[in-house]
Design a protein around this ligand. Sequence first.
Ligand code: HEM
Length: 537
Amino acid sequence: MDVALLLGSLAVSVVVWYLVAVLRRGGEAGRTKQAKIKAPLPPGPRGWPVLGNLPQLGSKPHHTMCALAREYGPLFRLRFGSAEVVVAASAGVAAQFLRAHDANFSSRPPNSGAEHVAYNYQDLVFAPYGARWRALRKLCALHLFSAKALDDLRGVREGEVALMVRQLAATRQGGGGSEAAVALGQVANVCATNTLARATVGRRVFAVDGGEGAREFKEMVVELMQLAGVFNVGDFVPALAWLDPQGVVAKMKRLHRRYDGMMDGIIREVNKAADAHGNKDLLSVLLARMREQQPLADGEDGTINETDIKALLLNLFTAGTDTTSSTVEWALAELIRHPDVLAKAQQELDAVVGRGRLVSESDLPRLTYLPAVIKETFRLHPSTPLSLPRVAAAECEVAGYRIPRGTTLLVNVWAIARDPEAWGPGDPLEFRPARFLPGGSHAGVDVKGSDFELIPFGAGRRICAGLSWGLRMVTLMTAALVHALDWELPDGVDADKLDMEEAYGLTLQRAVPLMVRPAPRLMPSAYVHAHEHAAAE
Ligand code: HEM
């Protein structure tokens, strides 16, 4: 296209859009006069014309929003293009939105990721609050996340975690040296993905030693999370959507094609082996429902189709893999930086499990220090720092401010978990698991959505659907890695100076992957015999 024509049509689009937006705002102001709620809008920084505050977010929006809360208070307002946005940045304000007003904030705002990646909202994460969303959550609970489903799948989790530990223990047997360093996040990702795959589609999706396919898959999930974390100008300034100025939509469409191809491949394989599977895993159950033309869940209208199935699997594979493995990677990085904490965690595991076998899930209830380590990791490194956005279904009043209908809500769980008000002015940034122990300053505080100073899984009706699975996996994986292996950094890397920089995305990655050299610390038989049954498929 001619450049002058392109610039001309861009200028016209922006001017037209701007006029429409100004007129609309005029209309909104007019309606405000008659608004039932008299309270003022929350305060916030002035934005740019057209783009609003989008250009001010910086490379780590959760940091920027944390700083803005110091200036404007724990409930402040931003404008992204034509979208009104409020940010909750304290436990008290988060509780107002996610407990007192949760029903009003139980849908997610429209966004290009849901449209172009998640099968045009046909999934669970972006489904509007209602019967279909409820049916999808019910399905997941029944087959994966209820206490019974979780129990039935215990052998799968233990088997895959044991395989990961054995593989790591073996890296040293070929000799030490920096060549034995492994990228822990990648290894943990293979474990988290294969475990979830066995539960959902009845088989591993990667060779146990990872390999090219596993690396590609992790890169796909990370890319998706990075794209989903971008505040896409086209979502907020409709006149610019056609231009896709950040190239986000083009990348989303490409990524969607890769996922879709992968899901098609998995479905083909499982369909072929339908009889052999005996319909135990989630995918076989869903495929059987589809063949029998049954609804998505009992009592729901309409029959389930292949897109429903692919969209749900896409959610589980993206929401449930990198969140888990990055948390384990952050936990190990913190433990290596705090050898006293690592030693205490190992002592506890030695006392409860001994040195003759690997840790199992039935040991976990007898641990007190390790769960505190996990909570402290979730506190300082929550996988989704701004949670997932919600939208106001109706106008409401929160903490003395008017929140108009259609306003997007962001909850800065990262900032809340570092707030000196909630965590004490002395050491909110210090990695100190003891704060969660009996007698500690935050004894009894948990991550399950009722203590709003620590909500890495979100809270309310749309709290993480996979909380029980994610928490169990993070705890078991970390326990196994801490118990079965000693950890060194590659030559020349000083634990005190370990790079802890974050790379922003919808999920919080380490900017520099953690490279480590594991060494076995249990009796040799522990690595040979443990969970042999689960490993054999
Ligand atoms: C470390 C582990 C994990 C963390 C920290 C995490 C965090 C979150 C957060 C913050 C949300 C948004 C909640 C809200 O809107 O209030 C969410 C939603 C969700 N998560 Fe997780 N998650 C984890 C693991 C998992 C796993 C293992 C799965 C599934 C296998 C999963 C599936 C989902 C789904 C389906 C939703 C959307 C729920 C809905 O919209 O109703 N997550 N997660």
